[in-house]
Design a protein around this ligand. Structure first.
Ligand SMILES: Nc1ncnc2c1ncn2[C@@H]1O[C@H](COP(=O)(O)OP(=O)(O)OP(=O)(O)O)[C@@H](O)[C@H]1O
Ligand SMILES: [Mg+2]
Length: 309
């Protein structure tokens, strides 16, 4: 992996006087709606993973639920905690993480050697060779190219276990790798689940249909667990675009019931996401005081350190 020092910006910790959500061990679904306060749920049974090279798959086969935002903001929050983080863009869509946070290629790297995830699946390079700097110090990406879609069609030999091999069998110096999956439960997403220690599931806080989708996702996770990755667990559900409402409350309660050992992280609505994407900036950079940034920061703290601050 080649690093570029130019044009990078440091990722700092958030001020600690911000409005973090309360942390509870159970989602309160009994008190009257008017007394109810949104809170992050950290079940008594939750433990962070004590692994050195921690791999998280962010997955949901439904499109537009906040997988990419969740991958990026959790990743940057972990960078701010001193972790060296890599995000793998496992989504062939052009409007994906790669267009939001592009790879910074060193000037002496020829076009043909600007490897992407597709090259890793076809064994034209290692994962390390397809890992590039970004504008954020400490955050690296494995970019995607639309030709990644051919992996799903052609299924190169060993594709299902390709990421697992590179992430779990090969030494490298990343503390955390986050796999941003596309909106499908095809080979690319499954290979992310096969490689991961933990799954983070974003669902739209106000879409009751997302609950049904999460059940199909659960069946896939269960299949991967029983056949290829026994220790896989759902570590967190992120309720994206969260606004306090009785529907959001009910959806959070349903998700907590479906995944009783997982964190429930409300990521509050932020109107600046589109503007940040236009400027090719993460929300954490564009709008560092946004409540959603704080929510992801808190969630990342609990995920990797077991505590929010
Ligand atoms: N906290 C939030 N506040 C406001 N809008 C949000 C929030 N989180 C997500 N969204 C909305 O959801 C949209 C989709 O987010 P994102 O691209 O991360 O989803 P995705 O699941 O990665 O999509 P795809 O399935 O296409 O990869 C954003 O452009 C934004 O409009
Ligand atoms: Mg996405």
């Amino acid at each position: 992996m080649k690093e570029t020092q130019e044009q990078t910006v440091p990722v700092r910790r958030l001020r600690d006087d911000l409005a973090f959500l309360d942390i509870v061990t159970e989602w309160d679904s009994l008190s009257g709606y008017h007394q109810w306060k949104a809170a992050a749920v950290v079940p008594a049974t939750f433990r962070p993973r004590p692994v050195e090279r921690y791999v998280i798959a962010v997955a949901n086969q439904k499109g537009g639920v906040g997988k990419t935002i969740t991958s990026l903001e959790l990743g940057l929050a972990m960078v701010a905690r001193g972790k060296r983080v890599r995000i793998i863009n496992a989504d062939p869509q052009e409007a994906s993480l790669t267009s939001w946070v592009p790879a910074l290629y060193p000037a002496d790297v020829a076009e043909a050697d600007r490897y992407t995830l597709t090259d890793v699946y076809y064994e034209r390079c290692t994962l390390a060779q397809a890992t590039w700097s970004t504008r954020y110090e400490g955050l690296f990406v494995v970019p995607s190219h639309p030709d990644l879609a051919t992996v799903e069609k052609e299924v190169p030999t060993g594709a299902e276990t390709c990421l697992r091999y590179h992430l779990r069998e090969v030494e490298d110096d990343f503390d955390v790798t986050i796999i941003d999956s596309g909106p499908s439960l095809g080979l690319l997403s499954v290979s992310g689940l096969v490689a991961a220690h933990d799954v983070v599931i974003p669902v739209q806080a106000a879409s009751a249909l997302d609950i049904k989708g999460a059940v199909a996702l659960y069946a896939t996770i269960h299949r991967v667990q029983s056949r290829m990755n026994r220790d896989l667990r759902v570590a967190a559900v992120v309720l994206t675009d969260f606004e306090r409402s009785s529907l959001a409350r009910e959806i959070g309660a349903e998700m907590a019931k479906a995944f009783p050992d997982a964190l429930i992280i409300p990521a509050r609505t932020c109107v600046d996401i589109g503007k940040a994407q236009m400027k090719q900036q993460a929300l954490r950079e564009f709008s560092p005081n946004a409540t959603a940034v704080q929510d992801y920061d808190q969630g990342a703290g609990v995920l990797v350190e077991g505590r929010a601050a």
